[in-house]
Design a binder for this molecule. Structure first.
Ligand code: GLC
Length: 802
């Protein structure tokens, strides 16, 4: 009996070993370490099944690259930096290789290869999952990471879902998704960059791979690991271990570039509709804005401006004299933006088509035949924007618009969208000489279109700043264009989703973004439209838009009471211009967005991620906005640490505090942070209109030292690049009770001649000493006001209590 048992056991063992040996491996991992080579900033490792490279970009930015076969030419549309500097230390033991920089420790376990990132205090920030690490299935590559118990995830750009993306999964494939649902994924843009937040530490991770990619933040993995991967291409990611959310944003935007300083007029209110036509309607619209005193800077011409939807043309009947029209609008202080679609009509005699065919600028099948897809103009060809020559040519076509005075270019349908949606995978693209298929080119198509548009219009506009807007983009696209969140819908939840999309874009490199105010598709109720207009005043890109066939929704379509509310908020938007423009400038310097999820400043405060509070955001350094639905007269709001003043009443609240606050349509819940310094101006009808020469600096009492960097320039040209700008630091020291203005730096002469400081939350001030001068503040309602000249030189004042 015993013998039979042993015999059958051996047979079974043999059979199972045999079977095991026969079963092909269904996936491949990096495998064990074999050998390495190291230079100042590059460690190359040969592993059992793959090759690995680790590069130093900065002391807190490390790049990981892994391939199964040979590395291809290193090419990226997103990253604008190169490896630099020197690893501080490299050590090897039997188990591990260790790299050190000034800020990070990178541990590479040898058997099998697994990578960990620690900060220089030895705290683990991020590690490969112990079981899988980097894995391939065919060409598909995935990196599995350890999931920390308390780990939260933010970012990934234009993605639906909650602020904290834990337990969610996402795909990146730029898509045309009209009236997208609240949980639709993917939308129009691909920004494969996220931040992990756990145990008081923050890191960033950018997966630079433009094939269809996916991110799984713990969903469906038993909450043990997270992963990111793509259907093809390299495992190629950048780890950023800078320490705080704002520092990670700074690192990421250093790596992929920062947004351009937008023309100041694009911070004003913008009116759009599909479509305003003919020319008389456009003129009428402009006149009504001025008559009814709703400030506005921009009017959009949607697809009806074209002749048969042919891009770079004007409709001969609707817009017979575009230059005259645009000039007349300009006299009234309006700037004109036109829509530009990538699909060029297949029609002999149409210049853009003829030139594109002649020069081989269109995307083609492998047999050299141009790809034809159906979109607005019917049968169309599509420019290969990854071909530098084609991109440059595309830029020159804008002459048709710039010569008529157009200053803004709205890049639409560039996912790319075609009727029927599915574009054949085998189409080929130049990829800047690295030829690839549209599988790799799809997600960067929109970004490269906006690049061609920006470079071309900048050249054509004689030192003036163009406004470029795009619907689709890829990481780094902020260098060329701002973004709007596509075809949203007219309902309250969509309005709140828009806030999250803009805030998520903000931490993903796009500081200047916005949804269509009013909701593009559908009919907003009057209340919703009103609320959206008021919330829009606190949105970086403030544009009202509506789809073809929807009711008109300009501010005057509302009843008188609601119009007054809308006017009050658009006026406020224009009053905020000095603050807003300084904030936009700040974005170009640090990558910090204008609209900021509370996760930037309060990442470790659990409450800010809760459903009730996740839509709250800071607008610039000092405003906290709590978006309320149009149906909510009362809103549950969380005020984080510190003290806060309700903007509309100056009522003060201590933070770490949750309560129900009134949120009627005429009083959007906006709070101001203690210590705030907010420069404002009087309202104007358009951004370039001369203001009254007074700078109104609102100072809110606080407990420590605060500051604000005020920036000015001409708002339209690139002269600021030659220091024709002026910057000054305004500081408030709550302990010393002093307010000081540093000297104005730069060659631009400030537009402000006089200064009013408006004190909020201060005890009664008896006098203010400004050098040897003593001023007695004036009283206005419950505020005290100090008036003086707005000097170029440094000056400061001390406040004396009664
Ligand atoms: C797309 C755009 C929309 C535009 C319409 C017509 O749907 O997203 O904003 O109005 O096309 O051009």
């Amino acid at each position: 009996m015993r013998k039979i048992f042993y015999f059958s056991f051996i047979i079974l063992l043999f059979l199972s070993m045999h079977l095991f040996a026969q079963t092909p491996r269904l996936s491949t991992q990096l495998g064990d370490y074999k050998s390495h080579q190291i230079t100042d900033n590059e460690l190359s490792i040969a592993a059992e099944n793959a090759m690995l490279k680790i590069y130093l970009y900065q002391d807190d930015i490390i790049r990981i690259r892994a391939v199964k076969n040979a590395f291809k030419n290193d090419h990226s549309f997103a990253v604008i930096q190169k490896p630099m500097g020197k690893f501080k230390e490299f050590t090897e033991t039997a188990e591990m290789l260790t790299l050190k920089t000034q800020k990070l420790i990178i541990q590479i376990k040898k058997k099998p290869i697994r990578i960990s990132f620690l900060n220089n205090s030895g705290i683990e920030l991020n590690s490969d999952d112990a079981d899988f690490g980097i894995t391939w299935q065919g060409n598909e590559v995935t990196c599995y990471k350890k999931l920390f118990k308390d780990e939260k995830f933010i970012g990934l750009g234009e993605k639906t879902g909650p602020l904290n993306r834990r337990s969610m999964s996402y795909e990146n494939w730029n898509s045309d998704v009209p009236a997208y649902s609240l949980d639709k994924d993917p939308l129009y843009a691909t920004i494969p960059f996220y931040m992990g937040i756990h145990q008081n530490s923050v890191y960033g991770l950018f997966f630079d791979n433009s094939f269809k990619s996916n991110f799984v933040f713990g969903a469906s993995t038993d909450e043990t690991m997270m992963s990111f991967g793509a259907v093809d291409g390299e495992m190629n990611y950048y780890f950023m271990g800078s320490g705080s959310v704002s520092e990670v944003i700074k690192s990421y935007t250093w790596l992929c570039g920062r947004a351009q300083l937008p023309p100041k007029w694009s911070l004003g209110f913008q009116q759009c509709r599909w479509s305003y036509y003919p020319d008389k309607e456009v003129l009428n619209l402009a006149k009504t804005f001025r008559e009814k005193k709703f400030p506005c800077d921009v009017i959009y011409l949607d697809i009806h401006h074209m002749n048969n939807y042919k891009v770079f043309t004007f409709h001969p009947e609707y817009f017979p004299e575009p230059a005259e029209l645009i000039n007349e609008l300009k006299q009234m202080g309006f700037h004109v933006v036109v829509i530009v679609d990538p699909g060029l009509k297949v029609e002999e005699g149409y210049t853009a088509y003829d030139q594109g065919v002649k020069n081989n600028y269109f995307i083609k099948y492998p047999n050299g035949k141009e790809y034809t897809g159906d979109v607005w103009p019917g049968r169309s060809h599509f420019t290969d924007y990854t071909n530098p020559k084609a991109r440059e040519w595309w830029g020159t076509l804008f002459d048709a618009y710039t010569k008529n005075g157009v200053e803004g270019f709205w890049n639409d349908m560039n996912e790319p969208a075609v009727w029927g949606q599915k574009i054949p995978d085998l189409l080929e693209m130049d990829f800047e000489g690295n030829k690839s298929t549209i599988r790799e080119g799809h997600n960067i198509f929109g970004m490269q279109m906006s690049r061609g548009t920006f470079d071309g219009t900048k050249k054509l506009m004689n030192n003036k700043r163009p406004l470029v807007i795009t619907r689709a983009t890829y990481a780094g696209g902020q260098r060329f264009s701002t973004i709007w969140t596509g075809d949203n819908a007219a309902n309250d939840d969509h309005m709140l989703l828009g806030v999250r999309l803009v805030n998520s874009l903000g931490i993903s490199g796009f500081p200047f973004a916005g949804p269509d105010v009013g909701g593009f598709i559908g009919e907003p109720s009057s209340e919703l439209l009103t609320r959206w207009y008021t919330l829009g005043a606190f949105t970086p890109f403030y544009r009202c838009h509506s789809a073809y066939g929807e009711r008109y929704r300009e501010p005057w379509t509302l009843n008188k009471d609601l119009q007054d509310i809308v006017r009050k908020y658009i006026n406020l938007r224009y009053e905020m211009l000095p603050y807003l423009y300084s904030t936009a400038f700040q974005s170009t310097q640090t990558g910090m967005p204008m609209s900021r999820t509370l996760a930037i400043q309060y990442p470790f405060d659990e409450k800010i991620y809760q459903n009730d509070f996740q839509n709250q955001f800071m607008f610039g350094d000092y405003f906290l906005v709590a978006p309320a639905k149009s149906t909510q007269d009362v809103l549950k709001i969380y005020l984080p640490e510190g003290s806060w003043y309700r903007y509309s009443s100056d009522e003060k609240f201590s933070g770490n505090y949750t309560d129900y606050f009134p949120s009627p349509l005429n009083d959007l819940p906006v709070f101001v942070k203690e210590g705030a310094i907010i420069p404002m101006q009087n309202t104007v009808q358009y951004s370039q209109e001369e203001n009254d020469g007074w700078l109104y600096v609102h100072v809110y009492n606080g407990g420590s030292k605060t500051s604000f960097s005020m920036y000015e320039d001409d708002g339209i040209s690139y002269d600021f690049e030659k220091s024709v700008s002026c910057t000054r630091n305004i500081e408030f020291d709550a302990i010393k009770k002093s307010i000081s203005f540093s000297k104005q730096e730069g060659k631009f002469v400030s537009k402000f001649k006089n200064l009013k400081i408006i004190l909020h939350g201060f005890e009664k001030i008896a006098k203010v000493k400004l050098g040897s001068i003593e001023i007695v503040p004036a009283n206005l309602e419950n505020k005290q006001i100090i008036e003086t000249e707005y000097k170029n030189e440094a000056f400061s004042m001390i406040l004396f209590k009664e």
